[in-house]
Design a protein. Structure first.
Length: 346
């Protein structure tokens, strides 16, 4: 009796799942489905796509990979300041030493030449940049930086934040193709801001080198929940609808700036994106007081490398931006009322 089974018979055979059980089999299959969707979305090989729990999960996957391969007690990270606070905390929490290129002296612009020079001098183990910058919206040419830093430096370009100036879909594909095969180049992102999936924790790392992808896949076996994958795929198919909200928020801020309570930080090259940096003209204590009274929550500058005269705002909810603008431009009036009240009591 022959033990050979025809291809047709194999296709028609039922799936009797004894390897992991169906729940795990479905979870594994959905990871593959997600990498296929991400690969098709960006025009890259799905084998070079790693599913992660948000962009932070992608950053931490690369962080862990660098920590394992460099075999140092305190690997180094070159980045700009101000930058993405969560990425900084992730690196510092794992014992990495931060090397900062401060952008405030350059009106918060990112100078590619200065960054490449600093990378050449410091020879960092990892370079992390968000494009556009979080929180300033500053943009830069990633090709210049990738080509200019030392080959042994791992590069993470975070393309999470949506903007009209940067087409993350096109840019990911172009960088992947231009630098195909480069070791330690990782293009990370998520649908958190562009498609409103922050609570689902869906992200990815696109690896320019297939060997790096194989290693990251083996180092990160937890995967994303199936329900999160299904939701992210559904929203990717619908497309992003947040740019209108961002533009409305920036219009409110530009108009509100005329009231004199604050100024927008606008680097020479910038994009309107999911966050914005504001410099207040009122005293910090007065600022905190009015925010407390009105229930306004912001990220203070001291949380991401600046003084508290700066605050970071999220721009996807124009109605909240309107409340902020009204509060900021009411400060001069409120201060006057406070002084009159004190004088009358005296």
């Amino acid at each position: 009796m022959s033990h050979n089974v025809s291809a047709k018979s194999r296709r028609q055979a039922p799936h009797v799942e004894l390897r992991t059980g169906m729940p795990y089999a479905n979870l594994i299959a959905n990871q593959r489905l997600f990498t296929a969707v991400v690969g098709e979305h960006f025009g890259v090989s799905p084998d070079d796509c790693i599913p992660t729990t948000g962009a932070t999960g992608a950053i931490e996957a690369v962080r862990n990979h660098v920590f394992r391969t460099k075999l140092k007690a305190c690997p180094t990270v070159l980045t700009v300041c101000p930058g993405y606070w969560r990425a900084r905390e992730s690196f510092e929490g794992f014992g990495f030493k931060m090397i900062d290129l401060r952008t405030e002296p350059l009106d918060f612009s990112i100078d590619e030449t200065a960054l490449v020079a600093k990378a050449g001098a410091a020879n960092p183990d990892l370079l992390y940049l968000s494009l556009p910058n979080n929180p300033t919206g500053a943009i830069f040419d990633p090709e210049v930086i990738i080509a200019g830093v030392p080959e042994k430096t791992a590069v993470v370009i975070d393309l999470t934040l949506p903007s009209r100036a940067i087409d993350a879909r096109t840019l990911t594909r172009e960088l992947y193709r231009k630098f195909g095969g480069r070791r330690n180049l990782f293009l990370v992102g998520s649908t958190s801001k562009s498609h409103g999936t922050a609570e689902y924790r869906v992200g990815w790392a696109v690896c320019a080198n297939s060997e790096d992808a194989d290693r990251l896949r083996k180092e990160n076996r937890s995967g994303i929940a199936s329900v999160s994958i299904m939701e992210a795929i559904k929203r990717l198919e619908r497309g992003s609808t947040v740019m209108g909200l961002i533009e409305s928020s920036f219009a409110l801020l530009r108009d509100g700036e005329k009231g004199g309570g604050f100024e927008l930080v606008t680097p020479e090259r910038m994009a309107e994106t999911g966050y914005v940096l504001i410099r207040a003209r009122a005293g910090i204590e007065e600022l905190r007081s009015v925010f407390d009274r009105r229930g306004i929550h912001v990220m203070w500058g001291s949380e991401f490398g600046l003084t508290d005269e700066y605050v970071r705002l999220e721009t996807l909810e124009p109605r909240n931006i309107k409340i902020f603008v009204e509060a900021m431009n009411s400060l001069p009036h409120e201060k006057t009322v406070g002084l009159i009240s004190k004088m009358s009591k005296g």
